[in-house]
Design a protein around this ligand. Structure first.
Ligand code: NPW
Ligand code: K
Length: 494
C-alpha cells in the first residue's frame, strides 16, 4: 500500500522513532540515502549544496559531509551555501555542520557565479516551512530555478507545502526539483496540484522505519491493488446483458460531442449497452460509433441502468427536469459538468442527492467543486484533499476532484491521490470520457469507490500510453482516449 502521510502524522512518527534511536540517527540515515540519490544524479564534478536554518539544512550538511568526506571515492567539488537562522541549530544539525566543516567542502555566504553545477542539492526547507519565501531566500530560489541544472530536493522541494502541493504564497516561489527524496514516508503534497511539477521524480527513503510499524495514513496513492478485486477476466459464458447499461444524459444544442465522448468512454471500457439521451437530439445515429443508441432525454427511461448526467447538458429547464428525475430515481449516478453546476445552484437538489441510497460519483474540476462548496477555486486548490473530503461528506457521494493529481474521496473521509495521467488530459472532452468510464464500471457492478479509483487510474494511464506513443501531451485529443483506455483496461484485467 502506498501510504501518504501529512506533516502532523510524519512529526508523530518522527517523534516516536527519534525517542527509540540514538540522537542524530534519523538525520544520518537521511543524509546517507540522499547521498546515494545524489551520486546517481551527478552530471559533473561541481556540487552545490543549499543548507537552510533547520533540520532540512542538517540533512543537506550530512550530504555535503559525505560527498566531500575523507573516505569517498568521488572526486566531487562540493560548495555549501549555508544560511543559518537566528536561533541555534538542533544538536543533530550542529553535528552535521561540524562534519561538513571538517570535510573538503568549502562554505560560502552568497551564491557563487557560474552555472556549471553537476548537481544542486536543495536542503533549504522541508516540512518546517512556515511562511512564504521572501527577500534574499526568494531571490535565491528564483536564481536556482533559472539555472536549469539537475536538482535533488531533500524531503520536499523548498517552498512547497508537503500537505497540499501548493507553493506557499500568495505569489510564492519554490524549488523546481528534478527528483525529490522524501524521508520516513511519502507525502500528499508531492503528488497533487503543483506538487508533481515541483517534486519531479519522487523517491521514498523510509530511514529504517518499518512501514508495518507506522500508524495508518490519512491518504494514499492510487494503484490497481485498490480496485483489483473487480478486475476479473471475462467468462466465456457471458452476454452483453452481463455488463450493464449506461445512459449518458446531456448534449444541449451545440454540445452534442460531449455525451458522445462519454458514451465512447463507457463503451470502450466494457459496458454492455450504451445510450446517449440527448437534451436536444441532433442525430439518429453516431456514424463514427453506431453501437451507441441515440434517444431523446425527455422520453427516455433508463430503467435500472447507470446514468452519467451532465456532459454538454446546459442549464435549460429540460436539463433541470431530467436531473431532478434522476435524483428521484434509484439508478447509480455519475454527475459531471453542467449537472454539477445545476446542483451547486440548488440546495434542494443537494439535499436529495445526500439522501439517496444508490451510489453516486461526482467528477468536478476545481471550479465546479468551488461552486458546490461556495468558495473560490483558489480555496479548493489550496487544499484539494480537504475540499474533496468535504464535498464527499456533504453530498454523501464519491468525489473525483480532477486536476494534476486527481483526488478521490468518499463520505467516510478516505482520500486517494491518482498518480497516472499527464498534461495532455487538459483538453476539451477529456472529463467527459472520464465520466463515461466511471459509469461503465458502475454498470459492470463495481462498487462506487472502486469504480472511481479504477476509472481515474485507467483514464490517466490511457493518456500516459498515448504520450509514450508520441500522441501528446501537446495535441492529445479526448477522442483518442477511449481506445487507449480499452488497451489499459484489458492489460489490467489480464
Ligand atoms: N527531526 C528529525 O528527526 C528528522 C528531520 N528531518 C529533516 O528535518 C526537516 C524538518 O526540519 P525542521 O522542523 O527543522 O524544519 P525545516 O524544514 O528545516 O525548516 C525550519 C526552519 O526554517 C525556518 N523557516 C521556516 N519558514 C521560513 C521561511 N519562509 N523563510 C525563512 N525561514 C523559514 C524556521 O525558522 P523560524 O520559522 O523559527 O523563523 C526554521 O529555522 C524535514 O523536512 C527533514 O528534512 C530528517 O532529517 C529526518 C529526521
Ligand atoms: K528541501
Amino acid at each position: 500500500m502506498k501510504s501518504l502521510y501529512n506533516v502532523a502524522e510524519i512529526r508523530s512518527i518522527e517523534h516516536t522513532m527519534a525517542a527509540a534511536l540514538p540522537a542524530g540517527t534519523l538525520m544520518q540515515r537521511a543524509g546517507e540515502a540522499a547521498t546515494s540519490a545524489a551520486r546517481e544524479m551527478l552530471a559533473g564534478r561541481k556540487v552545490l549544496v543549499l543548507a537552510g536554518p533547520g533540520n532540512n539544512g542538517g540533512d543537506a550538511l550530512e550530504v555535503a559531509a559525505t560527498l566531500a568526506g575523507a573516505n569517498t571515492d568521488l572526486d566531487a567539488d562540493v560548495t555549501v551555501l549555508h544560511l543559518p537562522g537566528a536561533v541555534a541549530p538542533s544538536p543533530e544539525t550542529a553535528q552535521a555542520l561540524a562534519r561538513a566543516r571538517a570535510s573538503k567542502a568549502h562554505f560560502v555566504d552568497t551564491l557563487p557565479l557560474g552555472r556549471d553545477w553537476g548537481l544542486i542539492v536543495d536542503g533549504l526547507f522541508g516540512i518546517g516551512l512556515a511562511r512564504p519565501l521572501a527577500g534574499d531566500m526568494r531571490a535565491l530560489v528564483e536564481t536556482i530555478n533559472a539555472l536549469g541544472r539537475p536538482v535533488l530536493a531533500l524531503d520536499v522541494p523548498s517552498g512547497l507545502d508537503a500537505d497540499t502541493g501548493a507553493v506557499i504564497g500568495p505569489d510564492g516561489v519554490a524549488i523546481h526539483a528534478t527528483r525529490t527524496i522524501t524521508f520516513i514516508a511519502d507525502k500528499p503534497g508531492l503528488h497533487t496540484y503543483e506538487g508533481r511539477d515541483y517534486a519531479g521524480q519522487v523517491q521514498v527513503a523510509p530511514l529504517g522505519i518499518d512501514p508495518g510499524q507506522r500508524p495508518p495514513a490519512g491518504a494514499r496513492l492510487n494503484e490497481p491493488a485498490l480496485f483489483a478485486r473487480h478486475l476479473a477476466p471475462r467468462r466465456h459464458n457471458s452476454h452483453k446483458g452481463s455488463f450493464g447499461d449506461v445512459a449518458v444524459v446531456g448534449g444541449a444544442k451545440g454540445m452534442a460531442g460531449a455525451p458522445l465522448l462519454a458514451a465512447r468512454g463507457a463503451l470502450f471500457c466494457g459496458a454492455g449497452r450504451v445510450f446517449v439521451a440527448a437534451i436536444d437530439p441532433v442525430a439518429a445515429v453516431d456514424f463514427a460509433q453506431p453501437e451507441i443508441m441515440m434517444r431523446d432525454a425527455q422520453e427516455f427511461d433508463s430503467g435500472d441502468g447507470t446514468l452519467v448526467i451532465g456532459p454538454g447538458m446546459g442549464d435549460s429547464v429540460t436539463a433541470m427536469r431530467v436531473l431532478f428525475k434522476a435524483l428521484e430515481g434509484t439508478a447509480p449516478l455519475v454527475l459531471d459538468a453542467d449537472a454539477l453546476n445545476l446542483l451547486a445552484a440548488s440546495p434542494d437538489l443537494q439535499g436529495r442527492l445526500a439522501q439517496r441510497a444508490a451510489p453516486a460519483i461526482l467528477t468536478p474540476h476545481p471550479l465546479e467543486a468551488a461552486r458546490l462548496l461556495g468558495v473560490t477555486s483558489g480555496v479548493v486548490q489550496g487544499d484539494r484533499l480537504a475540499a474533496a473530503r468535504e464535498l464527499a461528506s456533504r453530498l454523501n457521494a464519491v468525489v473525483v476532484l480532477k486536476g494534476s493529481g486527481s483526488v478521490i474521496a468518499n463520505a467516510t473521509g478516505a482520500a486517494v491521490i491518482n498518480p497516472t495521467g499527464n498534461a495532455g488530459l487538459a483538453t476539451a472532452g477529456s472529463g467527459d470520457v472520464l465520466a463515461g468510464i466511471c459509469g461503465s464500471l458502475l454498470a459492470q457492478g463495481w462498487q462506487a469507490w472502486e469504480a472511481a479509483l479504477g476509472a481515474v487510474w485507467v483514464h490517466g494511464a490511457a493518456a500516459d500510453r498515448l504520450v509514450a506513443q508520441g500522441s501528446g501531451p501537446i495535441g492529445l485529443t479526448a477522442g483518442e482516449l477511449p481506445v487507449a483506455a480499452r488497451a489499459v483496461f484489458n492489460a489490467l484485467a489480464r
